[in-house]
Design a protein around this ligand. Structure first.
Ligand code: ADP
Ligand code: MG
Length: 277
């Protein structure tokens, strides 16, 4: 499993000239206040950032600062109260098929095999049966699950189920993949291996990715860029370019002195953000 790590090509991080895939322009989201007696509160405030094609961006911030809200807005499950979100040039106006959303829970259908689970995401699309199967098999192969195509979810470990969920997400060829703390329910060992597996698969597919995490080491090990959010109402208080090689090998990255510097800096930055809130 590690043999091909050393020889795999390692394209440089995407050039800053790469096209913008996702853009937040002055996005504020308020909840509540619609019914009498309820006071609205601001979940996130004035978020402006963009994510370029092929980039891997992480958002870190304290619990409740609006990280999941950001992803729901991208997926069109929520609408901004102010500002606009553009995905591949078009404003997000509701749930759409260009977004691949993966949560902490794998949400695989227990009565379907892994292959049929990966195909499931494609069934709502105008894609023929044969192409569906080909795409699903290709993603399972990329996620190193080809041998488990005909197994059921209960026959797989937690880490393998998350890989199957990633295969299902990538099979739809989304413009952006949204990952909401996908590793937080796993034990430390599984988490490290799965971070590496995800990093390799995402790097190989070249898909644009937005990861939410409260794990600073994970953000540093996996991303090209990190956005730091303050306590609620969440604002972006800092942006850090992760100037490290080997985005496809988070375990190698984590051990470097530069990675430790970035993690220490993030810790400080979040601590300050909490105190100032
Ligand atoms: P995080 O993911 O950073 O922990 P969330 O985005 O889940 O934070 O939530 C931010 C804040 O918005 C929280 O106070 C949460 O309770 C609130 N919130 C999230 N979704 C809704 C909703 N649909 N209706 C009302 N309040 C919500
Ligand atoms: Mg959350």
């Amino acid at each position: 499993m590690t043999a091909d790590l050393a020889t795999a090509p390692r394209p440089a991080a995407p050039a800053s000239s790469a096209a913008t895939v996702l853009e937040f322009a002055g996005v504020t989201k308020r909840f509540g206040g619609a019914r009498r007696g309820t006071t609205p509160f601001t979940a996130v405030s004035q978020l402006s950032f963009d994510v370029r094609a092929g980039e891997f961006v992480s958002i870190v911030g304290p619990s409740g600062c609006g990280k999941s809200t950001v992803l729901n807005l991208v997926a069109g499950l929520d609408r901004p109260s102010e500002g606009a979100i553009r995905l591949s040039g078009a404003e997000v106006a509701g749930p759409n098929m260009q977004v691949g959303f993966m949560l902490q829970k794998d949400l695989l259908l227990p009565w379907r095999t892994i292959l049929r689970n990966v195909e499931f995401g494609l069934e709502a699309r105008p894609i023929g049966r044969e192409e569906r199967r080909q795409r699903a098999l290709r993603e399972l192969d990329r996620c190193r699950l080809a041998d488990f195509a005909n197994h059921y979810p209960f026959q797989l470990s937690g880490g393998m189920r998350q890989r199957a969920a990633l295969a299902r997400t990538l099979a739809i060829q989304p413009d952006v993949v949204l990952l909401d703390e996908p590793f937080s329910a796993l034990d430390a060992q599984t988490k490290l291996l799965l971070q590496r597996s995800f990093a390799q698969t995402i790097h190989a597919s070249g898909v644009t990715t937005l990861l939410i995490t409260h794990d600073l080491a994970e953000a540093t090990a996996m991303s090209d860029r990190i956005l730091v959010m303050s306590e609620r109402p969440g604002r972006i208080v800092e942006e850090i370019a992760v100037d490290l090689p080997y985005r496809d090998d988070p375990i190698a990255r984590q051990g470097t002195p530069r990675a430790r510097e970035i993690i220490a800096h993030l810790f400080q930055s979040l601590h300050l953000a909490e105190r100032e809130a």
